[in-house]
Design a protein around this ligand. Structure first.
Ligand code: HEC
Length: 321
């Protein structure tokens, strides 16, 4: 009876697993080949489980019959029936080579440590086999990797993976078709969308150290006129790009693309003079960028070299302390 009950439970389980799958397949309006394959695999799996379960139960029943028959035979002969140890217990005995508790006397050593005795058991064979296997594996490994060089060593593998990743990165960058931006040509953007992008990057990546308002905490205050690494667009872009790793500011070129670095650098410069509350004290040198008003074109032709000099951005750096 219990057999049938259990089988009933199993088929209920199978139906419970299949029903939602069928339903979702119907919802999607027919199955594509991968869903079909998956369904078939799941059905085959469930059916094999059922077959296994039935086979297991049948075996169990057969064993009961065999046992009864043997008990009967033993009774006829007038001897006590001793069941054969199961395959499992034979396997365990073989793998552990353990001495049964009743026979422990045989392996008892005559060491006595305040009543604590020592048994002279063998090392468990499963452990020894594992040990022999590692020795054999060591030989195979040494020959394959170091004598025949059949497979790449870890370092080589690492280099190959890095090269593959570099290739993927280069391909991705190429497909993005980003304009060439580096510290030789970068200029601050004034485009609202690009500044907004810069602000988003800032809030996500930088605010943790420089505070949301740029007032500074772990990293320096970005809203004042004092800079450790220079306050021009080029300086700020470069600081962000190569970072100051030894001070905890990573090289962001590994995380951000050049356009993103340009946008966030431009955003950082818009924080100048915002004077947020509880800002960090100034660090570094006073930096002032003075843009001379452009002289009218006609005059400049007359004055030649002098006016050209005026057009050049003047950079004044005064020490803070
Ligand atoms: C893990 C903390 C940390 C994060 C995150 C971080 N920074 Fe920094 N940043 C610092 C530290 C520390 C310094 C100071 C380096 C030094 O002392 O030379 C610094 C310096 C700077 C400077 C130079 C300031 C100066 O005075 O010259 C700029 C600009 C800057 N960070 C921008 C950014 C931007 C933009 C981001 C986000 C993309 C960012 N930082 C993310 C810690 C951080």
């Amino acid at each position: 009876m219990t057999i049938f009950k259990n089988r009933f439970k199993l088929s209920l389980l199978a139906a419970g697993l299949l029903a939602p799958m069928m339903a979702s397949a119907q919802e999607a309006g027919g199955m594509d080949s991968s869903t079909l394959l998956l369904t078939v695999i799941v059905i085959v799996f469930i059916v094999s489980l059922l077959v296994l379960a039935v086979a297991g139960y049948t075996l169990q029943i057969l064993k009961v019959f065999v046992r009864r028959a043997e008990e009967k035979k033993a009774a006829e002969k007038g001897i006590e029936y001793v069941p054969e140890p199961s395959a499992w217990s034979k396997l365990m005995a073989g793998l552990t080579d353990s001495v049964p508790v009743e026979k422990e006397e045989e392996v008892l050593l005559d060491h006595d440590y305040d009543g604590i005795h020592e048994l002279d058991n063998h090392l468990p064979p499963w452990w020894k086999y594992l040990f022999y296997f590692t020795i054999a594996w060591g030989v195979v490994y040494f020959v394959a990797y170091h004598i025949f060089d059949a497979f790449p060593l870890s370092e080589e593998e690492y280099k190959q993976e890095i090269a593959a990743a570099e290739a993927i990165k280069a391909a991705n960058l190429a497909s993005l078709d980003l304009p060439e931006i580096d510290e030789s040509s970068v200029t601050a953007t004034t485009d609202a969308a690009e500044l907004l992008d810069g602000e988003k990057i800032y809030q996500m990546q930088c605010a943790a150290c420089h505070k949301q308002d740029g007032g500074g905490s772990i990293g320096p205050n970005l809203t004042d006129k004092y800079w450790l690494h220079g306050g021009s667009m080029v300086d700020v872009f470069k600081t962000i790009k190569v970072g100051v790793p030894e001070k905890g500011m990573i090289a962001w070129e590994a995380v951000l693309n050049p356009v993103q670095m340009r946008n966030v650098a431009s955003y950082v410069l818009t924080l100048q003079g915002t004077n947020p509350p509880n800002a960090k004290a100034a660090q570094g040198d006073l930096f002032e960028e003075v843009q001379e008003p452009e002289a009218p074109a006609e005059e400049s032709t007359d004055e030649g070299e002098e006016s050209e000099a005026e057009e050049v951005t003047e950079v004044t750096e005064v020490s803070a302390d």
